[in-house]
Design a protein around this ligand. Structure first.
Ligand SMILES: [Zn+2]
Length: 437
């Protein structure tokens, strides 16, 4: 169950090292933080010790590294420490630093993984903020980066890294779990192409840069303090950066990231899209609180009107009536629905025809209010313009809207739709009749 709950560090621990851009000594301490705190950076070297939320809205520069800033307080190169926290499953932590950039270490996220292991991990009481990516997210940049997240039951990344003139083109694909992250991703080091860094070295812009903390590629040769740690170390480092940059969305997610030539700028765009999707999802949740008011029918009231019974009663409650012609029903769709056993094993989706059945039942309640037929069984006469827009899955609250267009005796015609989180999942026009028993 650990997967579902927020986690923080069991205790604090620190490390010291050199910062990449200024070359100065910096000490960094990871501290536990309460539920829903997220990751925050604290600048201990400034007089009022300001903190910055590690959130996408604070991302200011994405050239070569990801910099966050609030007012004139900045923290450079946040992606490796964030990557380690995300990868190791830490949701809440305070990162204290006495400089404007974390230590670069050996250019990988491994020093931070070791630091997290030193702190230990503690499970908290609140559920994780997790977005299940249901529809693809996609960003593309002018420089040829292409990133997509497609639905998946796991967090996976498949990435292609392409160097200048196609040199050192590498591909790697993996699920991200703490075990896999620590073993396969965390130790991949930063790499640079000599022609890209030479102008920066000349200008003195990367004072802390050396073969101690980066692999340098010159022509076809690879220079570093030690041999390559993985055969495709470059693309694994790209995955490491993606993990760190995406954590700035402020939520975890389930989905498969497909990345071609990723970079911090493209990663930030994808993170923005992810954060927007998450905010949208969260903002819809209050709408799902079912109002209890006058004119509302509970399951017992409904069963007095409709002959349907479990497992074929497709509406739990009528939540509102608007005059005589409109009403809204609700059905909470749980994993225990009998149809999920076979539709489909391992991939539960509510059958579309059952959404139509739900529409018909809600429309029948309206017709029954006006009908002269005191009791009877409803039969479909036609279903037109049926559109299925989105899948309905366990955990969804299905709202069923019905508007009676015509009612004559025991025959009714209704325009109906089903919604989840404010988005239409299916719609259509139904004609049905009540036949007395
Ligand atoms: Zn990096």
């Amino acid at each position: 169950m650990a997967f579902f709950y927020q986690q923080t560090l069991a205790q604090s621990a620190s490390l010291t090292g050199t910062s990449l851009h200024t070359g100065s000594q910096v000490s960094l301490r990871l501290r536990p933080a309460p539920v829903d705190h997220g990751i925050k950076f604290k600048r201990m070297d400034l007089s009022d010790e300001p903190t910055i939320d590690a959130k996408i809205e604070h991302v200011k520069f994405v050239e070569r590294a990801t910099t966050i800033a609030e007012g004139n307080v900045k923290v450079h190169t946040v992606e490796h420490v964030l990557s380690a926290l995300y990868g190791m499953g830490v949701d809440n932590a305070l990162v204290e630093m006495d400089s404007n950039e974390p230590p670069i270490g050996d250019g990988s996220a491994y020093p931070y993984v070791e630091l997290i292991n030193k702190c230990g991990i503690e499970q908290q009481t609140a559920l994780r903020r997790t977005l299940e990516v249901r529809e693809p997210l996609h960003v593309e940049t002018k420089t040829g980066s292409l990133l997509t997240i497609v639905p998946d039951s796991k967090f996976r990344i498949s990435c292609t890294q392409v160097g200048p003139e196609g040199r050192f083109t590498q591909y790697y694909s993996t699920e991200i779990t703490p075990e896999i992250y620590q073993r396969e991703i965390a130790r991949a080091r930063t790499f640079v192409f000599y022609e890209d860094v030479k102008p920066l070295l000349d200008k003195g812009l990367i004072r802390g840069g050396s073969l101690e903390n980066a692999i340098v590629v010159r022509g076809e040769s690879v220079m570093g303090k030690e041999p390559l740690r993985y055969p495709e170390e470059f693309v694994r480092h790209k995955i490491l950066d993606i993990v760190g940059d995406l954590f700035l969305a402020g939520c975890r997610f389930l989905g498969h990231v497909i990345a071609v030539k990723p970079g911090h700028a493209a990663n930030a765009e994808l993170t923005k899209a992810l954060a927007k999707r998450y905010t949208h999802m969260i903002s819809m949740v209050p709408a799902q609180v079912i109002p209890q008011g006058t004119g509302v029918m509970d399951a017992n009231d409904i069963m007095e009107v409709l002959p349907h019974r479990y497992p074929f009663l497709m509406v739990d409650r009528i939540v509102s009536f608007e005059g005589d012609n409109k009403c809204v029903g609700a059905k909470s769709v749980s994993i225990n629905e009998p149809f999920f056993q076979g539709h489909f094993p391992g991939h539960p989706v509510m059958p579309g025809v059952l959404q139509i059945e739900a529409m018909a039942q809600v429309a029948s309640i309206l017709l029954r209010k006006q009908s002269v037929v005191a009791n009877g069984v409803g039969y479909f006469m036609s279903a037109d313009d049926i559109k299925f827009r989105k899948p309905v899955v366990p955990g969804d609250m299905l709202l069923i809207e019905a508007e009676l267009l015509r009612a004559k005796g025991n025959v009714g015609k209704a325009c109906c739709r089903c919604l989840v989180n404010g988005e239409v999942t299916s719609e259509g026009t139904l004609m049905f009749a009540f036949v007395g028993q």
